[in-house]
Design a protein around this ligand. Structure first.
Ligand code: NAD
Length: 503
């Protein structure tokens, strides 16, 4: 039995929870029926936040505000340089408040504070990148259609966008969507997860301070069925940008089809890291541990399947196990923590259920496998499962916890078959010194991102998204702003009408 983790109570535990109001049309408002959502720190157990809880009436007010701001407000009509200046100011303000925002995300999600700081720093970079794209957004012209015709293709903002985000990277994920929508000239209604809404409300204040006009960004806390669903079906919403589970993504897409809205979907993953004997095995072992346990495995990109060549499996796994034993699990607010708390006790039970199912289907627990005793919060020991085979539940479904399933292969064909044998296709990793091997895997894996001799890096310049049931469309990259636009073709004719129809 491990000694209980000692979790210290931070200053926030002895003061009243912070209260957040909804942001609608530039004003901070309570819910009309006065309902409030409560959020406890999963790492400590005390109440961190109270959010006004929106319902259908608030969705209606927020969408109407965003629609007015789009139809008659200055935002879509500004010069791109003016919008870019405001986005840059927002980036500066996020940077100034980085520590506060990181602490809110760590307290509400249970993620380690040092990691949260990195995420907010990454978000600052994304806001700046989006500002640069605002100024380079352009359409096309066709002067090759004959002397009498000039074709011009405009890129116009699509309109009101509903943005719905999950709990695992609260500030980072809204920052993969909102700045690009704003750069395009769109207006938005944003719904963060009901468990991690605080940092998105802070972002709302920052945007107002930076000069984003009232009504352009509206923020609602609330449940998926009460708030997310009407944000998707509302007839004045033109596009839905959703990040979350594949299950809810499918429901969202079905609901959006009613009015044929554009949808952008970033969904689940079941990503494999494939390790060949000629790889830098020390680096690969570190990346295997990072891939499996970063953000407590509550990560769409988690390298939750370690696909290792049989010839090196025993020694390599011994190294992975030894590194895992050195991973610091514990208080999210401790600078040295690498794996923090699980988001909720329900989710922890779901994850340990997967471990139990794996054991009953023939897998064996090589390391970890159980909840860690602690004086507060809920923590799971990083877990390695061996003897996992391709068709076991744990090898196919997204576990979303610190559980690394190990599968083995003896040929590149089998490695690829295992990697592709899931309904998901978000990302993958390959470790080998051979360019041939790396290229064969990179080309053969059906996923939106492949990391070669590295894992889970991200850059605003590089598009991100999934094949198969991991999503639809791409975020980030140079076309990220275009995603929030419609194309309009204008044909200019000059001179005498040609091609008379009646004559
Ligand atoms: P979730 O699908 O349960 O919830 C996501 C959001 O959708 C939340 O804000 C939720 O309130 C809302 N929602 C729930 N029901 C809804 C409905 N009927 N209509 C509209 N909105 C609704 O996901 P989660 O548990 O918050 O997040 C974890 C999931 O997110 C994992 O599957 C993970 O892989 C995925 N994810 C994907 C990416 C990516 O970029 N591909 C990134 C992070 C997380």
């Amino acid at each position: 039995m491990n000694a209980p983790l000692r979790i210290s109570m931070p200053a926030e535990a002895s003061v009243a929870p912070k209260a957040y109001k909804l942001l609608i049309d530039g004003k901070h408002v309570d819910a009309r029926d006065g309902r409030v959502l409560e959020r406890k720190s999963p790492g400590h157990g005390f109440m961190v936040s109270h959010y006004a809880q929106a319902g259908a009436a608030e969705v209606e007010a927020a969408v109407q505000a965003a629609h007015r701001a789009f139809e008659t407000g200055p935002w879509p009509r500004m010069k791109a340089s003016e919008r870019a200046a405001i986005l840059l100011k927002a980036a500066d303000l996020i940077e100034i408040r980085l520590e506060d925002i990181a602490r809110l995300d760590a307290l509400e999600s249970g993620k380690p504070i040092a990691q949260a700081r990195g995420e907010i720093g990454g978000a600052v970079d994304i806001w700046r990148y989006a500002a640069s794209l605002a100024r380079t957004l352009h359409g096309e012209s066709y002067a090759n259609l004959g002397d009498a015709m000039l074709g011009v293709v405009l890129r116009e903002p699509i309109g009101v966008v509903s943005i719905i985000t999950p709990w695992n990277f609260p500030f980072l994920i809204v920052s993969q969507k909102l700045p690009f929508a704003l750069a395009a000239g769109c207006t938005a209604v944003v719904k963060p997860s009901e468990m991690t809404s605080a940092s998105t409300f802070v972002l709302g204040n920052i945007l107002l301070e930076a000069g984003v006009p009232a009504g352009v960004v509206n923020i609602l806390a609330g449940l998926g069925a009460d708030v997310g669903a009407p944000m998707v079906s509302h007839p004045l919403v033109e596009m839905v940008s959703f990040t979350g589970s594949t299950r809810v993504g499918k429901m969202t897409m079905a609901a959006a089809s009613n009015s044929l809205k554009k949808v952008s979907m970033e969904l689940g993953g079941k990503n494999g890291q494939i390790v060949f004997p000629d790889a830098d095995l020390e680096a690969a072992a570190d990346a295997a541990v990072f891939g499996g346990f970063f953000n407590a495995g509550e990560c769409c990109n988690a390298g939750s399947r370690l696909i290792v060549h049989e010839a090196i499996a025993d020694d390599f796994l011994a190294a992975v196990k030894a590194l895992t034993a050195r991973v610091t699990v514990g208080d999210p607010l401790d600078d040295l923590t690498k794996v923090g708390a699980m988001i909720s006790s329900d989710h922890l039970a779901k994850v340990t259920g997967y471990v139990a199912a794996a054991a009953s289907e023939g897998g064996s627990i090589y390391s970890g496998g159980a909840q860690l005793p602690s004086n507060a919060g809920q923590y799971l020991d990083p877990t390695i499962l061996r003897n996992v085979t391709e068709n076991m539940t744990v090898a196919r479904e997204e576990v979303f916890g610190p559980v690394l399933s190990v599968l083995t292969f003896e040929s590149i064909e089998k490695a690829l078959r295992i990697a592709n044998n899931t309904p998901y296709g978000l990302s993958a990793g390959v470790w080998s010194a051979s360019i041939d091997t790396c290229m064969s895997v990179a080309r053969g894996v059906r996923s939106g991102t492949v990391w070669v001799n590295t894992f889970m890096e991200g850059y605003p310049e590089l598009p991100f998204g999934g094949y198969k049931q991991s999503g639809l469309g791409r975020e980030l990259g140079k076309r990220a702003v275009e995603d929030y636009t419609e194309e309009k073709t204008i044909q200019f004719h000059r001179g005498q009408r040609t091609g008379w129809w009646v004559g």
